[in-house]
Design a protein around this ligand. Structure first.
Ligand code: AR6
Length: 171
């Protein structure tokens, strides 16, 4: 069974085999955790993303899907890029958010990663309410069977860490 841990702070400083990036469909970088991962990983990560766009993903990465690259200078071996949905008041997109977690974990499994860290996908620039984002994360990760031994859910601030703790107790 996969262990689910919670950590607080900058995901780029946590040593794991694979680090999940809350990217956008272009895969060519952005702000938030995406910016932090590209900046800590260095130009090799962006180069690998450009290569993926030129070969396998000419139209970009669809929300809910996941794909791996090198992690460059990060302590991790791989970055797993996924794209969460933008929050909508009018449309339930939670299945896409849960798919982003599930598919990222499955990519980690296929790579043979034993430890994987996740940010709270969609809970920043994409506007997803933090409590629900945490609940979706825990539900999707617990519902996915893999050989990954430990998943670390990373809350950037204390509000996110509290939401994750509540989600773990509740889900
Ligand atoms: N470590 C851990 N968590 C972080 C870090 C960090 N260094 N930086 C931010 N967070 P966001 P999204 C948290 O906006 O909502 C980018 O421009 C943040 O507090 O990074 O999925 C992409 O290119 C929040 O809880 O991702 C896309 O265009 C969570 O990570 C867009 O943002 C996710 O916030 C994706 O938006």
């Amino acid at each position: 069974m996969t262990a689910l841990d919670i950590a607080h702070g900058d995901i780029t400083t946590i040593a794991v085999d694979a680090i999940v990036n809350a990217a956008n469909s272009s895969l060519l970088g952005g702000g938030g955790v995406d910016g932090a991962i590209h900046s800590a990983g260095g130009p090799e990560v962006l180069e690998a993303c450009r290569e993926l766009r030129a070969t396998q993903l000419p139209d970009g990465l669809t929300p809910g899907r996941a794909v791996a690259t090198t992690a460059g200078r990060l302590p991790a071996r791989w970055v797993i890029h996924t794209v969460g949905p933008v929050w909508s008041r009018n449309e339930d997109r939670s299945h896409i958010l849960e798919a982003a977690y599930r598919n990222s974990l499955l990519v980690a499994h296929d790579l043979g990663a034993r430890t994987v860290s996740f940010p709270l996908i969609s809970a920043g620039i994409y506007g997803w309410p933090v409590d629900d984002a945490a609940l979706r994360a825990v539900t999707a990760l617990r519902g996915t069977q893999t050989s990954v031994e430990t998943v670390v859910l990373v809350g950037y601030d204390l509000a996110a860490v509290d939401a994750l703790r509540r989600a773990v107790a509740q889900a």
